[in-house]
Design a protein around this ligand. Structure first.
Ligand code: SF4
Length: 284
């Protein structure tokens, strides 16, 4: 169960993405998966390189489109554990439409956003999760837009598993990814993953000072949606832990009869004569 390969990541030294990669590899091994049972589909951005750094099936897809591709992979082969991943720009800007629909659709897969509140690959522009007032080359007088709030967005879009973590807390992050993989539905995990090269505001020290562990909040019940939303609003999305989990809502594919059978990729493409005639008659 070794999810390591011999490709050396070309992330900057100290980038938060290293720990996210390690947590995914550890979590997949801990839940008993084999490399050939996992597919990692990534978008574009520094974090998008992840699919090439893990010993599993992997597709480094196109900008903002990791989710449609990942959902297609799951539809074609339900036996695979599918993990989609990308950055905040990938998932909350160009890919935002796909993110919202995947959240409400509830296919059984995991989506990990490596949220560094900046565009790293293109050398440091303001991203959808950058805070108001954030100064970069693209907003030299400070960002005048309100930032996206990933946890509020996920809960209000109908997600059945919503969690947040910090790349530096590898123990918590690994546990959360294990829970996300085991959840029977769409699991959304937002991970604060500092960009040490271009984001000099949201640093490791800044997160350590500002993050609040859900485990420290007394009587928190992750199955209570209104408590989850209320807590997220009060704490301004700076929480880490499993924020919300709904174990009752069925996954998308569990409601489709044909999904009980063998995966589509294992079905024969050969048609019997009467099946062929039926098919042709539909086009007459
Ligand atoms: Fe990581 Fe930022 Fe370097 Fe990209 S530019 S690899 S996000 S530290």
């Amino acid at each position: 169960k070794d999810f390591r390969n011999n490709v050396k990541p070309n992330w900057c030294p100290g980038c938060g993405d290293f720990s996210v990669q390690a947590a995914i590899q550890k979590a997949a091994a801990n839940v008993g998966l084999e490399p050939e049972e996992v597919a990692i589909i990534t978008g574009i951005g520094c974090s998008g390189r992840l699919s090439g750094y893990v010993n599993s099936y992997g597709v480094h897809s196109i900008h903002g489109r990791s989710l449609p591709l990942a959902q297609g992979v799951k539809m074609a082969n339900k036996d695979l554990t599918v993990i989609a991943s990308g950055g905040d720009g990938d998932g909350f800007a160009i890919g935002m439409g796909h993110t919202i629909h995947a959240l409400r659709r509830n296919m059984d897969m995991t989506y990990i956003v490596m949220d560094n509140q900046i565009y790293g690959l293109t050398k440091g522009q303001t991203s959808p999760s950058s805070a108001k007032g954030f100064v970069t080359k693209s907003t030299p007088k400070g960002n005048i837009e309100q930032n996206v709030a990933p946890l509020e967005l996920a809960i209000s879009s109908g997600a059945t598993f919503v969690a947040q973590s910090f790349s530096s807390d590898i123990k918590e992050l690994t546990n959360i990814i294990e829970e996300a993989i085991n959840h029977k539905g769409f699991s959304f995990v937002n991970v604060f993953s500092p960009c040490v090269t271009y984001n000099k505001v949201n640093t490791y020290d800044w997160f350590k000072e500002n993050l609040i562990k859900l485990a420290d909040i007394e009587d928190y019940d992750a199955s209570n949606k209104s408590q989850a939303m209320q807590t997220v609003l009060e704490k301004e999305s700076m929480l880490t832990g499993i924020i919300y989990q709904d174990k009752e809502t069925p996954s998308y594919e569990s409601q489709i009869e044909q999904f009980d059978e063998q995966p589509l990729v294992k079905k024969s493409l050969k048609l019997e004569k009467n099946q062929f005639e039926d098919l042709v008659s539909q086009f007459k």
